[in-house]
Design a binder for this molecule. Structure first.
Ligand SMILES: Cc1ncc(COP(=O)(O)O)c(C=O)c1O
Length: 385
């Protein structure tokens, strides 16, 4: 592996890294040390709150502040992201904007590599008129772009796909999909939970309509702060039925219906924001901003390439794309007994996880040393015997 010499990996800022080799950024990233202070600041504000001062002095604005910082990472403009309880609610909010019954435009194009939440939530729209077309994957790893494009037609309301798959780390080609969908009058939603923080994202340049995700993985935040990006010029056209008082244009008037949605991205909020989650994401966002997603990506490419080559040299089945241009930040290696293997690796100080039919999921992030990545693969070689 060609070494990278000048990068500050900020390891002392992640206390968990002292416990072993952390390759779990696709699941729950290690806590930044500064998160302790941030959570105490939350507690202090709560303890000293007597009337509505905590809301007035910081809490109300915090959603917008965190949303704008996430927007930057997504490649979107300020005012394009509303924080959400989690990615599942973000998707539900989007779907609640559609009326599938009263239109011929009722098709949703999805893929077999999407996260189960997405598939359950899409399936739940079928009794109210949606037709879900799930594009198949022949190898369980990739989906040919042409197959996605072929599924998009004039009856398509929404193309909803994982940008990077949780199963294989396959990364879809965004631009042709957005282009085809827009030609047919459909919107595109990407679930970027597995790419934000490790793959540079260009929401505005892509012209993508909607992005959903959360912060606990590659963005080093705590559970759980989800987010929803909505293309700025699309926002005022959408009226989520999954709503609440915080989405109202004058929430503190507490008026009777009808609902008057706010003109800003806050129209996609629901009720009281999860304030502890907002405090928990700030230190991780700061670190990712400082290190830079481009740097995280360059490191990821260098190390995942090496891991895949190592796996192939040892005759293991790699369940992730070989082509770096089709890959997110993880490497999946098939093993028969996933849970047993995770346990054995854990005992040797290597922290990974597994998924049924996939095998091990391993994700180096900027804070991992090259020596750790090599050691983890060497230990895997020993336990594979
Ligand atoms: C690609 C992807 N989408 C969505 C989720 C779940 O998001 P949430 O729990 O915030 O609904 C995950 C979690 O692992 C994921 O990997």
């Amino acid at each position: 592996m060609k070494p990278q010499t000048n990068l500050n990996r900020r390891r002392e800022e992640f206390p968990t890294l002292a416990s072993g080799i952390h390759l779990l950024s696709h699941s729950l990233g290690p806590v930044p040390r500064a998160a302790r202070e941030s959570m105490l600041a939350y507690y202090d504000a709560w303890e000293h709150h007597t009337s509505e001062d905590a809301w007035a002095t910081s809490w109300w604005e915090m959603s917008a502040h965190v949303g704008n910082r996430i927007a930057k990472i997504l490649g979107g403009a300020p005012g394009s992201v509303q924080v959400q309880p989690n990615a599942s609610i973000a998707l539900s909010s989007v779907l609640s904007c559609f009326d599938f019954t009263s239109t011929k435009r009722s098709k949703i194009v999805a893929s077999a590599l999407d996260f189960p939440s997405m598939r359950y939530i899409l399936d739940a729209q079928t009794p109210i008129g949606a037709q879900v077309e799930t594009v198949a994957s022949d190898d369980g790893v990739t989906i040919p772009t042409e197959r996605v494009l072929a599924a998009i037609d004039d009856g398509t309301a929404l193309v909803a796909l994982s940008h990077v798959s949780f199963r294989s780390s396959y990364r879809v080609e965004v631009e042709p999909i957005v282009e085809r969908a827009h030609q047919h009058g459909a919107l595109v939603l990407l679930d970027v939970y597995q790419s934000a923080g490790v793959v540079p994202l260009r929401a505005a340049a892509w012209g993508v309509d909607l992005l959903i995700g959360g912060t606990i993985k590659w963005l080093c935040g705590g559970p759980a702060c989800g987010y929803l990006y909505v293309r700025p010029d699309l926002q005022s056209q959408l009226q989520p039925k999954l709503t609440g008082w915080v989405a109202h244009s004058a929430p503190f008037d507490f008026t009777a219906p009808p609902m008057r949605y706010d003109q800003s991205v806050r129209r996609f909020a629901q009720g009281t924001p999860s304030i502890p989650a907002l405090y928990s994401v700030l230190p991780g966002l700061q670190i990712i901003e400082d290190v830079g997603v481009e740097t995280c990506r360059a490191e990821s490419e260098r190390r995942t390439e090496w891991m895949i080559n190592f796996a192939l040299e040892h005759g293991w089945k790699v369940n992730s794309p070989r082509d770096v241009n089709q890959r997110g930040g993880s490497v999946m290696v098939y093993v028969d007994d996933g849970p047993g293997m995770v346990q054995r690796l854990n005992e040797r100080g290597v922290f990974v996880d597994c998924r049924p039919g996939v095998g091990l999921r391993m994700s180096p992030h900027f804070f991992n040393l090259d020596e750790e990545v090599k050691e983890a693969m060497e230990i895997l070689r020993q336990v594979m015997r």
